[in-house]
Design a protein around this ligand. Structure first.
Ligand SMILES: C[S@@+](CC[C@H](N)C(=O)[O-])C[C@H]1O[C@@H](n2cnc3c(N)ncnc32)[C@H](O)[C@@H]1O
Length: 180
């Protein structure tokens, strides 16, 4: 998928994507930096989009690990299904809030680029709570943000919090959050 096609599709759906462009290569690398190639990892991605972060997750994890990638936009799901042929990947055309309906096991890492700033307080709280419940002890939740509006919420909710500044202009931050 060219950057131009991605930009057009993201712009058309700006009220659900919350973005005009795919995230940068630096974001792809930083947001997946907590993943390792240890055996049998269960990774969940929220907001797969055109699959750029998904590809990096698949690059980092071992052959017997797996990824569930949630995406509400069916066109994006169909496109990634055509482009990525990998038995470790399950594409789920549902919202992050539905994780419990699909993922039976406890999760090692959640990698998220969903647009929390567009969500209601209730939906945000629901996703925080269900994600925390699904994480294993010492599991991580990594989120890209384009402003610091949500920083306090992440910091307060999770047991440990790290912030990485990827770029000041345009602002890009990664929040790595952990469960005890
Ligand atoms: C900012 S885009 C990020 C796309 C891609 N991962 C990237 O990094 O460029 C956010 C994506 O989240 C999807 N999305 C929005 N609400 C969602 C939800 N509740 N659950 C899962 N995906 C959602 C949008 O359709 C969009 O594809």
């Amino acid at each position: 998928m060219s950057k131009l096609k991605t930009a057009l599709a993201f712009t058309k759906n700006v009220f659900t994507t919350g973005a005009i462009f795919e995230t940068s290569r630096k974001v792809e690398l930083s947001i997946t930096s907590k993943l390792t190639d240890q055996v049998d990892l269960v990774v969940v991605e929220y907001g797969m989009g055109h699959g750029n972060i998904t590809k990096e997750i698949l690059n980092k994890i071992s052959a017997d690990s797996k990824v569930y990638a949630f995406e509400v936009n069916k066109d994006f799901c169909d496109l990634v299904a055509e482009q990525i042929d990998d038995p470790r990947l399950t594409i789920v055309n549902k919202g992050a809030e539905d994780i419990d309906q699909v993922v039976a096991e406890q999760v090692d890492h959640i990698v998220s680029s969903i647009p929390f700033t567009l969500f209601s307080k209730e939906k945000t709280q629901q996703i925080f709570e269900i994600s925390y419940k699904k994480l294993k002890s010492a599991g991580s939740f990594s989120q890209v943000q384009y402003s610091k509006v949500m920083k306090k919420k992440f910091e307060k909710f999770f047991d440990r919090f790290e912030e990485r500044t990827i770029s000041k202009l345009p602002p890009e931050f990664i929040y790595h959050c952990y469960k005890k």
